[in-house]
Write a protein that binds this ligand. Structure first.
Ligand code: CUA
Length: 180
């Protein structure tokens, strides 16, 4: 069996169309994830002034911890500083989307929530945001995993995943770890 030159050319063009279609599909999926689902790589940076974190805004002390918005969105704000997290324990609901936001006033820290895929660096000058759903109720440890100085190994917080029946915001929409 032999193919003449025009048959070979047609064959090549067909495959070029297939490859172009695959590239278009992948590129379309990236655009869809970025624009419609707001999922973008960490290059989508959100900056914040590390020297005034504590004075005003969402990382001032009264705003830290877990807040439930009027539309039900759950946001957790945590400051990672040498050598502690503020607050030391945060409560989150089981089986619901949660947005975790971190900022550092001093050096680079990192967080990992054990038993989950939550893992990010916290770089001064930037807000690190992680969105996740915690599947299992119970306490998870959240250690700092970026060497940040002599107290690095002492830097540890706790994520308390509460069944939704026990996840009750107070009048200001805050939920604490409580004494359980
Ligand atoms: Cu903070 Cu290591």
């Amino acid at each position: 069996m032999s193919m003449n030159e025009s048959a070979v050319t047609r064959n090549e063009l067909r495959w070029a169309v297939v490859v172009a279609a695959m590239v278009a599909i992948v590129f379309g999926a990236i655009l869809f994830a970025t624009l419609a689902l707001h999922r973008a790589p960490p290059g989508q940076v959100e900056t914040i002034d590390p020297t005034t974190l504590h004075l005003a805004g969402e990382f001032a002390e009264p705003a830290l911890g877990t807040t439930v918005a009027s539309n039900g969105d759950v946001t957790v704000r945590i400051v990672a500083a040498q050598f502690a997290f503020v607050p030391q324990c945060v409560a989150v609901p089981q089986g619901k989307p949660v947005t975790l936001r971190f900022a550092s006033p001093d050096v680079i820290h990192g967080i990992i929530v054990t038993g989950t895929n939550v893992n990010t660096m916290v770089v001064p000058g930037y807000v690190s945001e992680v969105r996740t759903v915690f599947a299992e109720a119970g306490d998870h440890l959240m250690p700092c995993h970026e060497f940040c100085g002599l107290g690095h190994s002492e830097m540890l917080a706790r994520v308390r995943v509460l069944p939704q029946s026990q996840f009750q915001p107070d009048a200001s929409g805050k939920v604490g770890c409580g004494l359980r």
